[in-house]
Design a protein around this ligand. Structure first.
Ligand SMILES: CC(C)(COP(=O)(O)OP(=O)(O)OC[C@H]1O[C@@H](n2cnc3c(N)ncnc32)[C@H](O)[C@@H]1OP(=O)(O)O)[C@@H](O)C(=O)NCCC(=O)NCCS
Length: 226
């Protein structure tokens, strides 16, 4: 796929319209970042200050310039802001200014008003579909604090598997960091296998869409050409 085709698109699910994050969404992302409930297990474990929340919004928008197709999406349901979802860049080991182009770290933040209604999962699954089908990536990872059970549950419900627990030291560690952080991962092959299993379970007689068929062929070729 040519880089010019990898412009961040608007994405849709059953209930969400996911639009590329812009300056017009700043007040929404800031409200989330400055809410103690939302930030309990994120970053410093406390609400961001106004300045920090502005910086985060700028960083979230900047993701669209990191790797073609990556970015942050603001999610709306029936015209109301629900939260944001991200396909973010992973720095290379040698140079933190450079990014891997074949894998992404995804993430999400949902407004408490909408918690427990399946929105995080719905948006996150669309991020994964977009990453594998539209962008042709090979892996989606997610990281969170070990104690962030909600975030871990969302990742597990998207099919990601826990692959590592790690311990970093921070100048201002958030409460709970003693238990470390976890990394979850889902490969392209694993994702397509679950899609295939789901499709055959449904056994509705429908054939693969052209894009799914091409992606399956791509997986197969990668396996045998490895
Ligand atoms: C994590 C967060 C995005 C979950 O949002 P949500 O819309 O309530 O999640 P969903 O309703 O889509 O739930 C998805 C799954 O997670 C489970 N889940 C959600 N909240 C949970 C909780 N507090 N404890 C345990 N499981 C939880 C649901 O039961 C569901 O499981 P299922 O698919 O097996 O039924 C939301 O709590 C949030 O924004 N938290 C603050 C920010 C944050 O922690 N972001 C992640 C940082 S890495």
């Amino acid at each position: 796929m040519a880089a010019t085709e990898k412009v961040q698109p608007t994405l849709r699910t059953a209930r969400l319209e996911l639009v590329p994050l812009g300056p017009e969404h700043r007040e929404h992302t800031m409200k989330l970042d400055m809410d103690p409930k939302v930030m309990k297990h994120v970053a410093f474990g406390r609400p961001f200050t106004e300045d920090e929340a502005i910086q985060v919004h700028t960083w979230l928008m900047g993701c669209a310039n990191s790797v073609p197709g990556f970015g942050t999406w603001a999610g709306y349901t029936q015209g109301e802001f629900v939260g944001w979802w991200i396909l973010g860049p992973i720095p290379t080991k040698d140079d933190p200014e450079k990014f891997l182009t074949d894998r992404t770290e995804y993430g999400f933040r949902v407004s408490p008003k909408f918690w427990g209604q399946g929105f995080a999962k719905e948006g996150a699954r669309e991020m994964i579909r977009h990453a594998f089908v539209d962008l042709g990536l090979v892996e989606v990872i997610g990281e969170t604090m070990t104690v962030n059970t909600a975030s871990r549950a969302v990742m597990a419900s998207c099919g990601l598997k826990h692959v590592e627990t790690f311990f970093n030291t921070y100048p201002t560690p958030p409460p709970g960091i003693e238990e470390g952080e976890v990394r979850y991962s889902l490969s392209r092959e694993e994702w397509f296998a679950t899609q295939e299993a789901g499709a055959s379970r449904g056994s509705d007689g429908k054939s693969w869409s052209p894009i799914m068929a091409l992606s399956k062929l791509y997986c197969y070729l990668r396996k045998i050409l490895r």
